[in-house]
Design a protein around this ligand. Sequence first.
Ligand code: CO
Length: 448
Amino acid sequence: MKKRIDFTETVLRDAHQSLMATRMKYSDFEGALDLIDRAGYSSVECWGGATFDSCIRFLNEDPWERIRNIKASLKNTKTQMLLRGQNLLGYKNYPDDVVEKFIELSIKNGVDIVRIFDALNDLRNLETSIAATKKYGAEAQVALCYTISDVHTVEYYTKLACDVEEMGADSIAIKDMAGILRPYEAYELVRNIRKKTNIPLAIHSHSTTGLGTTTLVKAIEAGVDIVDTAISPFAGGTSHPPTETMHMIVEEKGYYSPLKIDVLEELAQYFQQVKDKYIQDGTLPVKMLTEDPKGLIYQVPGGMLSNLYNQLTALKQIDKFNEVLAEVPRVRKELGYPPLVTPMSQMVGTQSAFNIIMGQRYKMVPNEIKDYLRGNYGKSPVEIDETFRRSIIGDDVVITDRPANHLEPKLDFYRNEASGLARSEEDVLTYALFPEVAKTFLANKYGV
Ligand code: CO
């Protein structure tokens, strides 16, 4: 029997999140759902991440309605969402009752696979999400955030993968959000994880620095089971390797690909038109489509580089750009080597900029960093130096157990607060995640 490689199509979530700030409208991809369903994908990533926020903030679409509609059109293909563990789709920790309810409703409205991650790879922040996902009958896929540092070795990730399997995950994904996972490193990583675990292994990489396709090829050689790709018009640049290309490489290798190239061709034609429209109206900046190895050189995600660039430009401090970049690894080390993924990438970037602009390190410290040092985000990959910690937060209490243990149930509070606006439990959750935006959104939706 030929080894089978499964495909997860990202065009409905990460591809447009990476290329055009998650602005793809349902009406623009509705006509492609039947093609996607016939193409042979094992799953399509289509919900979660920034799509929820973007739907209510910019697109005036109900995200719950979106997932119900997608699900109704897909008969053969599983729907997949991305979830930030205890942060759900927001930027702070939610109490367990909110997390469980949100996952229950996500599954009830049509999500088949919940891909769950924590920015710090603190597995305690995933406990409630994994348990809820399994309780309500969906697949719990745990994603390990890949980053480069002295401690993020192949051994580190292999151990993490074993722990994840033991926690009850149904599958594992290596999540290389910055596109900095190099091909031979990917090979070692996959080979070692494959040896030590028995559940399916997926790889999620980006083309940002130009490595994407090659990294996927080496991961396939090393025994990965599932690859994340984007249909060609929405592939490349800050997005993912192209689906059709990866399909052909898999076949060349002599492996079985369930994809149908003629359907992919039709799908590509469909999305070519969507892409042209978004380029013309300025939603998709053409520069996002170009690979840029800078992220590899500085070992920081491309998004973080452009954020820093914009921040410093706005502050008229752009001449300090290189100094700030050099400060990033120092701050990161002091903070115990957090992976540079949301929200840590923004926090490390801002602190680095403050340190340079103020002319004195940690003279100004954002509240998020203080909260992180109090343990509210979870455990840093490496222990933080006590003297350093005290120099920032003094005698403040530091949490060492699971951060959500310190949060009281809050679902009833949100039900109460949203009672004038919400007409369903889904509305209540929309409100719980983004209260201010939800007020406007729900008032519009119900014409009140
Ligand atoms: Co991604």
